[in-house]
Design a protein around this ligand. Structure first.
Ligand SMILES: [Zn+2]
Length: 352
């Protein structure tokens, strides 16, 4: 009896073990097959996609995909523009039709962009406190001689406003380049200085002796030579800007074209800002010339002065020139000022 029962109990567990092993193997085999045959995501997705009417659902799927793509691509594109100025934006190219006459170049010509997107500055964490810490616009005058200057200045990665002398050899290219990288462009209109004619003036400059019609004509022609200009400031003009009568003529043309005027204040007695305000032309005046002395250390001191003025007044406008010393000083000083809470903007943000 004992022997028999022993044999039975040995035999049963063995069979049970074999069956168990076989079952486990089968389960694994089935799981493996299911996994290979249908990815889990598809099981989840497919019902979603087929439940509603097929014709409607079909287009909604690519839509979903493109949203996902956008979510992925957005951070990739917006994170780095810090380093380099922004790429040209194609939508703008399609936008409004021509004021064609001015441009011979491949680039089409557009009405000036009033509010350039502040794409260059918003990444800095300093931005929040900067609202109370001072806003600065720096205008670089006398642009248009070459393209190197504008590229070097844009490489700093801080908003700068480029004021181009109408008729300069590369004025249009500089304007188009700056604009395509979302920088702001002004027309730098030459006006009679106190020491004229001992000091020469650009050939299309404005002289007090000119007729009203001639001044208007030249102003309009100057604006035509600087595509994308959203405003103007005076080149020299210590004498011309003291004349209310003559400045009215210039400002009328600016107003008709929707442009603002920044008074470079080459004369303490300039009426530029006052007359602009009277005529309803948006305006502001320069606070600090940053590079009267072409020396890096001296320019940095001026930039500190500019920042100080901005902190005191809320905002300030500086004017400089594309001298090598200026470019070097700006490249070294602006990121530090930015980190210290100064917010750099385009000139259009400081006119009122
Ligand atoms: Zn100038």
């Amino acid at each position: 009896m004992g022997k028999g029962s022993k044999k039975k109990t040995v035999k049963n567990p063995l069979i049970a073990l074999i069956i168990t092993v076989a079952l486990i193997a089968m389960v694994f085999y089935l799981l493996e097959n299911i996994r290979n045959a249908v990815p889990p995501e598809q099981i989840a997705v497919e019902p979603e996609q087929t439940v509603p009417e097929p014709p409607v659902k079909a287009p909604s799927r690519p839509g979903k995909k493109s949203i996902v793509q956008k979510i992925y691509s957005a951070p990739v594109i917006t994170a780095p523009p810090q380093v380099k100025p922004l790429l040209p934006v194609t939508p703008e190219v399609k936008q409004p039709p021509p004021t064609i006459p001015q441009i011979k170049q491949p680039l089409p010509n557009f009405p000036p962009v009033k509010k350039p997107l502040p794409l260059i500055q918003p990444v800095k964490p300093a931005q929040k406190k900067s609202i109370t810490a001072g806003t600065v616009a720096i205008i670089i005058d006398d642009m248009g001689a070459n393209l190197e200057e504008v590229h070097q200045l844009m490489a700093i990665g801080v908003p700068l406003t480029f004021s181009i002398i109408p008729g300069m050899a590369h004025g249009r290219e500089v304007a188009a380049t700056a604009h395509s990288y979302r920088y702001e462009v002004l027309a730098h209109i030459p006006m009679e200085p106190k020491d004229y004619p001992a000091r020469r003036l650009e050939q299309n400059g404005l002289l007090l002796a000119m007729s009203d019609a001639e001044i208007e004509k030249r102003t309009a022609a100057d604006l035509m030579r600087v595509p994308y200009a959203v405003g103007a400031n005076n080149h020299m003009g210590s004498s011309f800007t003291e004349s209310t009568e003559k400045m009215r003529l210039v400002l009328r043309v600016l107003k008709d074209n929707g442009l603002f005027f920044i008074d470079s204040k080459t004369s303490a007695d300039s009426v530029g800002e006052t007359v602009s305000a009277q005529m309803g032309v948006k305006t502001a005046s320069r606070n600090v010339f940053i590079d009267n002395k072409q020396d890096v250390a001296a320019i940095k001191i001026q930039l500190e002065e500019l920042a100080k003025t901005a902190r005191r007044r809320g905002s300030a406008i500086g004017i400089g020139h594309p001298h090598p010393a200026t470019i070097k000083a700006l490249a070294e000083a602006l990121p530090k000022l930015q980190a210290g809470g100064i917010r750099f903007v385009f000139a259009s943000e400081l006119v009122r």
